[in-house]
Design a binder for this molecule. Sequence first.
Ligand code: SF4
Length: 370
Amino acid sequence: MTDSIRESLVGRNTEEIREAAVEAGLPAYRGSQVAEWLYRKLQPEMGGGFGADFATMTDLPQSVRQLFGEKFDLPTLALTRAQTDPHDGTIKALATLIDGGHPIECVLLPDDKRVSVCLSTQAGCPMGCTFCATGTQGLTRNLSTGEIVAQYLLLQSLTTRRISHIVLMGMGEPLLNYDAVLKAIRILNVECGIAMRHITLSTVGIVPNIDKLAEENLQLTLAVSLHAPNDTLRTRLVPVNKTYPLSRLMNSCRNYARHTGRRLTFEYVLLKGVNDEPEHARELALLIRGMGAAVNVIPYNPTTVAEAFGRPDQGRIVAFRQVLEHAGIVVTQRKERGRQIAAACGQLVTEAARSRPMARDLPMVTAEAV
Ligand code: SF4
């Protein structure tokens, strides 16, 4: 980690920013004022949030602004480009990490009732799920707390509506970056005012850290990417299953639900001819019986990276859902948002990383124009 990241104030909570102020020889309350600008004056016209600059913090004396500016950085990300899907308003933002210039992506998904965002927790991903475009890149590095929080601030600056829900389901496996992710969750909750129940952490199943998370007893929602109902198939699709097979994962999930009182969601990407048979649905129903968990089915969105996989036809999707529903399981189906800008899970950055336009058929939209 370089000095520029270590010295950034984004990713520190109010108490830590107060301490930074004291270290700089200032009264602690000056730190509270800076935190207010960073995390609560979120709209661009307020001068805070993603566009915050010490120069615009007008309730601080000039000498104080200058001192902060000499000692600390604010940005941890630079917005490279943002694209809007003309059909549903989804915005996909490509950003560059100030430290190292690595590209990451995050997505804003507005609908009638809520504004959700999907944030990345790693640059790339080491898990290598065989159907996932991000997984083909390998891991570049973990993101810092500031880089995770900054994605939220960036997306909030692109909309006039308040973000209400956060999903940690972009690039990367959040539970492999445990400390930075947990701190980001606390900042998003305490500093930015996102309800803990509106924050979802999606994991492919890092068992020891699911157990650790259960001990935190947070009211966040845990989503576990299952994608297969037996070890043979799951190991083929999700290689980490070799390390944490289904018996261990299910024990951990049951423990999590018991400990937190929260209902789990299992994510299941439907891949044509691979895991979409009614028999797979029956096996899945047996695997999760008695847990009161929901299943979110996600018909696969084909990519050029994982060409071996296809999307099941509608009849097959309905049949799969019906088997689960007849077994008394709550089934949801992810709304397909941003397909035109390749904003679907597992497609983040890869296209940009290949130096191609992210959506050749869409006009680029700058942050200012959104
Ligand atoms: S599906 Fe998630 S965990 Fe698996 S490789 Fe892709 S980003 Fe990583």
